[in-house]
Design a protein around this ligand. Structure first.
Ligand SMILES: *Cc1c(COP(=O)(O)O)cnc(C)c1O
Length: 488
């Protein structure tokens, strides 16, 4: 593969064009309407190219990317499942894309109906009373949910509850969101299998506790079997339970956080509900709450009157607003289409299939990779690197070598509970053949690590760029083609 293709600026030739506009409309009439002081005196330095040049430019760029549409992407805690193309078709219908957020709700009944129905669908999947779709991402949902928690204690005049309990195995966004919400983080230790140690939890439960944040299945993909007991203890102490539902996939339609005793949760529509994600967005992190917290949800809220009319409401006890308007509508449309496509019955197959796929990979690879926690996992699991570490091959090396074989790497060095964490989540949408290919390659890499370790340590060998210095790549990214060319 070439290091770079000729980029669009290099192809530019004066006067070359890929379009034709009626001169009278745009070069005379149109310009009259723009105030003179806003007009450019010189034209922009844009590439002058043909339509074919543009098509090749973007097609070549897209081919350099790796995505769910190009290959297996077992990135743990990220749920890189297939994003059905019908979702894209529906969310780009002009009836939705041409709406304006300030338009009169009476003229946007269809969009509000989608919005309302999605709130209802999520409520029934979560076992919670009501949802807001306003937050833009999982972490934003966490912040919103914790603001609901704070508002609840505030409205009861219970001002001394300023702490939130977070397990040491939690996703990094949990303690970060708690800090942003103005709560102090108290860490509760987890047992070797990642579940919460009740004996460690008990002494923390006093009247300064606002609540606890948990993930179930936990970060190691194991179900927290004592959750009902934990919920009872936290409630008795006057706290609320927050459920990080970013990884709801294994429980979808089977087990409901509300039934486990959780009061507040967020869901990542861009993970469980199959909307494209990665590279920073767009996302959606709806927040659901139990009955006693509904009035604290953020404004605006979308409601339905008894005669079937949809309207926008602003609650007076609301914690305020967390987004401009209603959130990322396009993401919601995709999630709604996904839920309707699967339907009530099929949605219950998602979790078991995701769980089966994860366990199949785990059991097939544990002779070569170190499995710190035995037992049935849910949608994902963690290896602590290679079983045989004598040749010095690390998790990072294995991850890079996988790229040579056309697979995306798993999540590595998270969770922090192990030194060589490798978190694998295959999702339910992969076929047995794909899983088998991945397993074969993982065995092959383990064999290379024993017999020809240099090959793994120096990987990737066949990708467009070799092993990057990840710190400089993040701190001094090459953002223009001239620098890229100088490097080549
Ligand atoms: C992905 C994830 C988050 C954060 O979601 P974002 O949309 O990336 O902000 C939070 N918790 C867990 C467990 C996650 O996997």
């Amino acid at each position: 593969m070439k290091y770079y293709d000729k980029l669009i600026f290099e192809l530019s030739r004066p006067g070359r064009k890929g379009y034709e506009l009626p001169a009278d409309k745009f070069e005379t009439d149109g310009l009259k309407e723009i105030p003179a002081d806003l007009l450019r005196s010189e034209s922009l330095d844009l590439p002058e190219v043909s339509e074919l040049d543009v098509v090749r430019h973007y097609t070549n760029l897209s081919n350099k990317n790796f995505g769910v549409d190009t290959g297996f992407y077992p990135l743990g805690s990220c749920t890189m499942k297939y994003n059905p193309k019908i979702n894209e078709e529906l969310c780009t219908l002009p009836e939705f894309t041409s709406l304006h957020p300030l338009q009169n709700p009476n003229s946007a009944q269809g969009a509000l109906e989608v919005y309302y129905n999605l709130q209802r669908a999520l409520s029934s999947l979560a076992g919670l009373e009501e949802f807001t779709l306003n937050p833009y991402a999982g972490a934003h949902g966490e912040l919103t949910g914790l603001m609901v928690m704070r508002q609840y204690h505030k409205m009861r005049g219970d001002h001394k509850r300023t702490k939130v309990i977070v397990p040491d195995s939690a996703h990094g966004t949990n303690p970060a969101s708690a800090m942003v919400a103005g709560l102090d983080v108290v860490v509760v230790k987890s047992r070797p299998n990642g579940s919460i140690d009740i004996e460690d939890l008990k002494p923390l439960l006093d009247d300064s506790i606002a609540g606890i944040m948990m993930t179930n299945p936990n970060t190691l993909g194991m179900f927290e079997t004592e959750i009902v007991e934990i919920a009872k203890l936290v409630h008795e102490a006057g706290g609320l339970l927050y459920y990080d539902g970013a990884n709801l996939n294994p429980l979808l339609g089977k087990v409901r956080p509300g039934d486990m005793g959780f009061d507040i949760m967020h869901i990542n529509l861009h993970k469980t509900f199959s909307t494209p994600h990665g590279g920073g967005g767009p996302g959606s992190g709806p927040v659901g709450v139990a009955k006693h917290l509904v009035e604290y949800l953020p404004n605006p809220r979308v409601k339905k009157s008894e005669d079937g009319h949809f309207y926008v409401d602003f609650g007076k006890d609301s914690l305020g607003s967390v987004s401009t308007f209603f959130g990322n509508f396009g993401v919601m449309m995709r999630a709604y289409a996904y839920i309707l496509t699967l339907g009530k019955e099929n949605i219950r197959n998602v979790g078991p299939m995701a769980t089966l796929n994860a366990n199949y990979i785990k059991e097939s690879l544990k002779d070569d990779y170190l499995l710190p926690i035995e037992g049935v996992c849910k949608h994902e699991f963690v290896f602590d690197g290679l079983k045989d570490k004598s040749t010095g091959v690390t998790t990072l090396n294995v991850a890079k070598r996988l790229l040579d074989y056309g697979f995306h790497a798993p999540t590595i060095y998270f969770p922090l509970l192990f030194h060589e964490s490798m978190m694998i989540e295959p999702t339910e949408t992969e076929s047995l053949e794909t899983l088998d290919e991945f397993i074969e390659v993982m065995h092959k890499v383990a064999k290379e690590a024993r017999e020809t370790p240099e090959e793994v340590i120096n990987a990737p060998l066949t990708t467009l760029v070799r092993k990057l210095d990840e710190t400089s790549a993040a701190k001094n990214p090459i953002l223009n083609y001239k620098d890229l060319k100088n490097q080549a």
